[in-house]
Design a protein around this ligand. Structure first.
Ligand SMILES: *[C@@H]1O[C@H](CO)[C@@H](O)[C@H](O)[C@H]1NC(C)=O
Ligand SMILES: *[C@@H]1O[C@H](CO)[C@@H](O)[C@H](O)[C@H]1NC(C)=O
Ligand SMILES: *[C@@H]1O[C@H](CO)[C@@H](O)[C@H](O)[C@H]1NC(C)=O
Ligand SMILES: *[C@@H]1O[C@H](CO)[C@@H](O)[C@H](O)[C@H]1NC(C)=O
Ligand SMILES: *[C@@H]1O[C@H](CO)[C@@H](O)[C@H](O)[C@H]1NC(C)=O
Length: 410
């Protein structure tokens, strides 16, 4: 175990014990694949933990009936200019999906240079032949320019809209044009496609926390940027009054080790009190305190374009697709949410964190590993309401104190 993690874990252990009667754990179902954890520890400079966890895995979606995940749904046509299309797969009609996400399906920005119109037809499941010979599926977003008059775009919003601080991640990429989601999975550039920039310019892939245009922390990939570069911002990054960028609010960052966003990488944003941090494949690449959001937010994911300064223009007839294998979110909440109201899980939530789990450095993403377990220490000192007796708290504080002391002597 790396030392930082050990120190962090022990500090957390102390914190968990001192916060023994914390009444804020109300959500019954952990929804991590281990179903053993009360709270979730993330890697990084702040030894913090989160109370909630979600893992949405799109790698093994089964097709139903005549659904064919090897072929994308038809492009939105120039006459389909007001949204309202059907969802593209039975998966998007399940409670599993609808409890947590909504697919936007209408006009987004009527007054933009080129209006963007979200369509459910641009959110679909694709298949890829994995390097190990195993096929896997992924969630796909598409943006296209059916005509001069609009761009057809894609967005999903989380129902969980009371997130206050989180560590969110996705394994994603912009699909290169020579790998267009078709059955063939062509690996050589096709004629007319620039091999060093095999993506149409003019679209923006966004993965971000959102409450309002001034309460937002983003990961954005601009498809006109070099394939090595990602934009990280806390909003507002643009001053509408002076029509100028806000200095320091947005950073164009080159991914480490020559990585490109046309390959699968794990993109992560940690939103803590007063600071946002961005990671690629677990490596910290940037942190920013300016304008870190302070209000409860939702998670939004989109692929959009509006002909403006930020995205540029897509040319008529062009398209961009983005893929997501999974989304992972460890988070705290504040206030009520419009969803999800899940039914009770098989294991009742404790009102304190007795079992803390690491979500990073685990063998299977989405299956956290137990880092500490103080269930035994608590013994039968807890009453039915989760209150811990003074005596048992004292014992725990002493134990935690020793743990921290031992660590500091290492
Ligand atoms: C999440 O909430 C718990 C309980 O209030 C708190 O101890 C912890 O520090 C919070 N985590 C972060 C990263 O803010
Ligand atoms: C678009 O512009 C019209 C006319 O200026 C205005 O009334 C309307 O509120 C604007 N819509 C949005 C969504 O900004
Ligand atoms: C291909 O893309 C690269 C990187 O954006 C650019 O430098 C180059 O000029 C492009 N080549 C052509 C033929 O457009
Ligand atoms: C995009 O195209 C429109 C015309 O359709 C033009 O008015 C606008 O300036 C263009 N945007 C950029 C960033 O070049
Ligand atoms: C935690 O510890 C208790 C008591 O020792 C044990 O019964 C339980 O199985 C442990 N849970 C996990 C997830 O390790």
């Amino acid at each position: 175990m790396p030392r930082l993690t050990l120190v962090g874990t022990l500090l957390l252990l102390a914190g968990a014990v001192i916060a023994g009667s914390d009444p804020t754990l109300t959500e019954p179902l952990s929804r991590d694949n281990s179903d053993e954890c009360d709270c979730y520890l993330v890697s990084g400079p702040d030894p913090g933990y989160f109370q909630y966890y979600r893992f949405w895995d799109f790698r093994n979606i089964f097709s139903e009936g005549d659904e064919d995940f090897n072929n994308p749904p038809p492009l939105v046509t120039s006459s389909q200019n007001s949204g309202g299309q059907d969802v593209t797969a039975a998966f998007f009609d399940t409670n599993e999906w609808n409890d947590d996400w909504s697919i936007l399906n209408d006009l987004e920005e009527p007054n933009a240079t080129v209006p963007s119109i979200n369509s459910a037809q641009n959110v679909f499941i694709s298949t890829e032949n994995g390097e190990d010979g195993n096929d896997f599926t992924y969630l796909t977003f598409r943006a296209s320019r059916p005509s001069e008059s609009f761009v057809s775009t894609a967005e999903i919003d989380s129902s969980q809209d009371n997130v206050l601080h989180s560590s969110i991640r996705t394994r994603a990429r912009i699909i290169p044009l020579y790998l267009d989601g078709s059955a063939a999975n062509v690996v050589a550039p096709i004629e007319g496609v620039n091999a060093s920039h095999p993506v149409a310019p003019g679209a923006c892939f966004g993965f971000f926390t959102y409450r309002s245009d001034t309460q937002e922390s983003d990961i954005e990939i601009l498809t006109y940027d070099p394939v090595t570069d990602v934009r990280y911002s806390n909003q507002p990054d643009f001053n509408a009054r002076t029509d100028e960028p806000v200095p320091g609010a947005s950073t164009q960052s080159t991914m480490p080790d020559g990585k490109v966003w046309t390959d699968w990488h794990d993109h992560r944003i940690d939103w803590y009190n007063g600071i946002s941090r961005w990671y690629v494949d677990g490596d910290l690449v940037l942190e920013k305190s300016l304008d870190a959001p302070t209000e409860p937010s939702a998670l939004l994911i989109n692929l959009w374009s509006d002909g403006g300064f930020w995205t540029g223009n897509m040319s008529v007839g062009s398209q961009v697709t983005a893929g997501l294998q999974w989304i992972e979110m460890a988070f705290n909440v504040s206030g009520v949410t419009k969803g999800p109201q899940h039914k009770l899980g098989k294991r009742k939530r404790q009102k304190r964190c007795s079992i803390g789990c690491n979500i990073d450095g685990v063998q299977d993403i989405g299956t956290p590993i137990v880092a500490f377990n103080v269930t035994g220490i608590k013994g039968d000192a807890s009453d039915a309401n989760g209150k811990v007796s003074i005596a048992s708290q004292l014992v725990q504080v002493v134990l935690a104190f020793w743990a921290v002391l031992l660590t500091s002597m290492m």
